[in-house]
Design a protein around this ligand. Structure first.
Ligand code: HEC
Ligand code: HEC
Length: 366
């Protein structure tokens, strides 16, 4: 359980004072939550980080679908306000979700935990600079920055750390026009990234790019101006988050037809199992909820070449369940992936995947 990993009384207390059974500790922990939060903020922060962030940013901030957070070069470039706000607002359209429900105390303890990875060194921002000219900044941006950050700062076609790029470019440039970024970064924070760059990532310093202090002022003014640009509406996701079909038949004949439909669509049937199999005592599974695993491996390989992280999200599973007298056949809508990854090649594949899953589900519920 995540709780027993992140909360290690051993680290802080002599053995004689250690709390006994793990479960008792958990109960005490929840009961005393607020007091403990005051006493051990970094530990609470670790627990929250592991729960809400580690899946994307990696254990101890090493990076993954999200950017690496543990690099000293990154940490010295950002103040705590930037970190707190980034967590609160997220980066809509760039995968990272907002966390509107975390309290100020929870945000602060998470930031304290993140700061531990770089030895608790405080941020040292460069000076504020002078007001710049956004129009001149736009020209400089197109020449020096757009190659990585995309035209008008929309971000690289992928995010975080990825293996599908050359070794010199393993970290994808974030979107600078993102409302979550612009609401979090003050001008000095933007300026610091541009002046210093981020050692250990492809982000160069302005000196290496041959830019003057005035150029940097113009670039900061340009990035700030992206805030006022209307954001393109998120494309509507046809059919919502799931593709759902209602079968005219009972559970068993529907599953039989689904298996046929999968094979007719040239997808390999991998296995059929109960939804809760492995989570409950064998024999006690809910027999009204079944998952059919299937895959087109040729297709999967093509998608993985576009972006290896797609494997985490690929549906490859169709659920059949009996609910209020109806038999439903459903899968995740692959079109959701395109809004997550913001990558044109992947969007085309997601479109194709959508049609295939929809056809299979239609066939099974015809
Ligand atoms: C070779 C690719 C590359 C180029 C060229 C580049 N950047 Fe970056 N930039 C990155 C990467 C990668 C990061 C993320 C670094 C990290 O992991 O913290 C980044 C981060 C940033 C950030 C911080 C954003 C954030 O979310 O933390 C700003 C601001 C920025 N770049 C501005 C610029 C500007 C302005 C230019 C042009 C002068 C530029 N960059 C040129 C790759 C690049
Ligand atoms: C679903 C994946 C995902 C989750 C969960 C997530 N992030 Fe992110 N995060 C990202 C991505 C992707 C980016 C970069 C956005 C871009 O490329 O434009 C990012 C950016 C960031 C940045 C800015 C880094 C920089 O270089 O300026 C910080 C800080 C951050 N995340 C912290 C967190 C924390 C703390 C949590 C947990 C509360 C969290 N994230 C949860 C995916 C995620």
């Amino acid at each position: 359980m995540a709780l027993s990993v992140s909360i290690k009384p051993r680290e802080r207390k002599p053995a004689s004072r250690r709390l006994g059974a793990g479960s008792a500790f958990v109960v005490v922990f929840w009961a005393l939550g607020p007091q403990i939060a005051a006493a051990r903020p970094a530990t609470i922060g670790a627990r929250l980080y592991n729960r809400d962030c580690a899946a994307c940013h990696g254990e101890r901030g090493r990076g993954g679908i999200g950017l690496p957070l543990s690099l000293p070069s990154f940490q010295q470039n950002v103040d705590n306000r930037y970190l707190r706000r980034t967590i609160r607002y997220g980066r809509r359209g760039r995968i990272m979700p907002p966390s509107p429900r975390l309290s100020g105390a929870q945000l602060r303890s998470m930031v304290r935990y993140i700061r531990r990875w770089a030895g608790n060194r405080p941020a040292t921002l460069v000076g504020a600079g002078k007001p710049g000219n956004p129009a001149r900044g736009a020209v400089l941006f197109a020449a020096h920055c757009a190659l990585c950050h995309g035209a008008a700062g929309v971000g690289a076609p992928s995010t975080g750390v990825t293996l599908s790029r050359p070794r010199s470019q393993p970290i994808m440039a974030p979107a600078l026009d993102n409302p979550g970024y612009l609401a979090s970064a003050s001008d000095p924070v933007i300026r610091t990234a541009v002046v210093r760059g981020v050692a250990g990532t492809p982000m160069p310093s302005s000196r290496r790019e041959g830019l003057t202090a005035k150029n940097v002022d113009d670039l900061v003014a340009y990035i700030r101006s992206l805030q006022n640009r209307p954001q393109p509406a998120t494309p509507p996701v046809r059919g919502g988050p799931d593709i759902v079909g209602v079968s005219p038949d009972g559970l068993a004949p529907t599953i039989a037809r689904l298996k046929d439909a999968v094979q007719a669509a040239n997808m390999r049937l991998i296995r059929v199992q109960y939804l809760d199999q492995g989570f409950v005592t064998p024999g006690m599974e809910n027999k009204h909820q079944v998952i059919v695993y299937s895959c087109d491996f040729g297709f999967l390989n093509t998608a993985l070449q576009v972006d290896p992280r797609v494997g985490v999200f690929l549906p490859c599973r169709i659920t059949v369940l009996q609910h209020r007298g109806k038999v439903l056949v459903m899968s995740v809508n692959p079109k959701r992936l395109s809004t997550l990854f913001n990558n044109a090649a992947l969007s085309r594949l997601c479109d194709e995947m959508y049609h295939r899953y929809r056809d299979v589900i239609e066939e099974a519920t015809f």
